[in-house]
Design a protein around this ligand. Structure first.
Ligand code: BTN
Length: 255
């Protein structure tokens, strides 16, 4: 693969099959692998998503990769990387899809309202002053609908179903890595406000009714007001109270 990126994919490690590229990237980082290292697999046997969910990763029908980074960012700003990566993903994916991609806060890539990709950002703090971050991205490119389990039918999609021609996964990967390079440079230059402005143009949740299932399994229903300047989602419940969401599961009510 021709790498037209400054950072992402230097080096690029391609695996036929692995449990999880996020686990591999975390392991490599502990051994001192450089920032920018990307681990990509043709299939994963234990791909994982946020909140303990699994990420279905059948061979050769999706992109499953993780990038190791040691960004010059304050640890408090690390959750913002997920939002920044969402913008990078939308930018890159929009070149391949005739339906505009959108983001369901914080990490779901939607095409035509269905989940097509996801971002899992994990971080560790070791001896280094800079935190270690692994940015994992999973994208359904040509996954046949029948490959998805019953409970996901009608809720998930693949990019190729929204594209006029077959998608070359290498070209798509190059586009995403290049977009990540650009957005991470902007993050490190302190332009989260600009990134957030762009994020809002991809926001699939603002103004929509949704239920937030907190990590304590409490359910709060209300209307999304979108993210605040720090990227935390604000929800206005039916009593007019504003809830600030840092984590947990967001379930959109049907439109
Ligand atoms: C989510 O939707 O909750 C995030 C899904 C992230 C999946 C990707 S696939 C590559 C990388 N390796 C993993 O185990 N997970 C991420």
């Amino acid at each position: 693969m021709v790498r037209n990126t400054q950072l992402s994919g230097h080096p690029l490690i391609l695996l036929a099959e692995t449990v999880s590229t996020n686990s591999d990237a975390l392991e490599l980082s502990r051994g001192g692998a450089p920032s920018g290292t990307v681990v990509i697999a043709r299939s994963q046997t234990g791909g994982r998503g946020r909140l303990g969910k699994t990420w279905l990763s059948p061979a050769d029908s999706g992109l499953y990769f993780s990038m190791l980074m040691r960004p010059s960012l304050d640890p408090a700003d690390l959750p913002k990387i997920t939002l920044a990566a969402g913008v990078a993903l939308c930018r890159a994916v929009s070149r391949f899809s005739h339906s505009g991609p959108m983001i369901k806060w914080p990490n779901d890539l939607l095409v035509d309202g269905k989940k097509c990709g996801g971002i899992l950002t994990e971080s560790e703090f070791g001896k280094d002053p800079q935190p270690l971050v692994v940015l994992g991205i999973g994208l359904n490119v040509s996954t046949p609908p029948a490959a998805f389990p019953e409970e996901l039918q009608g809720k998930v999609t693949s990019l190729e179903a929204h594209s006029r021609k077959p998608i070359c996964r290498t070209t798509l990967l190059q586009g995403i890595l290049s977009a990540i390079d650009t957005i991470m440079a902007r993050m490190e230059a302190g332009d989260f406000a600009g990134i957030l402005e762009e994020w809002r143009s991809f926001d699939a949740t603002v103004g929509r009714r949704l239920t937030w299932v907190t990590t304590g399994r409490q359910a709060i229903t209300g209307v999304s007001l979108g993210p605040d300047n720090e990227g935390r989602l604000h929800i206005k419940d039916d009593l007019g109270r504003i809830h600030e969401v840092l984590s947990g599961d967001i379930r959109l009510q049907s439109a």
